[in-house]
Design a protein around this ligand. Structure first.
Ligand SMILES: [Zn+2]
Length: 61
């Protein structure tokens, strides 16, 4: 019943309650499978928070 979320760093699908860490970035909450992914995200949130080459979900166009 819990929605799965994607760890933006490694791409793994996890449940929010199983996440090792989470982080809010520009109004969005991201969940991470491990502290390592969390730290990688914090180092460069724009790289992970704004995927520009995703083929899914072309809302604008
Ligand atoms: Zn991860």
């Amino acid at each position: 019943m819990a929605d799965k979320v994607k760890d933006p760093v490694c791409g793994m699908e996890i449940r929010p309650e199983d996440a090792a860490a989470h982080e809010e970035h520009e109004g969005q909450t991201f969940y991470f499978c491990s502290e390592g992914c969390h730290k990688a995200f914090l180092k460069d949130p724009h790289r992970f928070g704004h995927p520009s080459h995703e083929s899914s979900g072309h809302m604008h166009h």
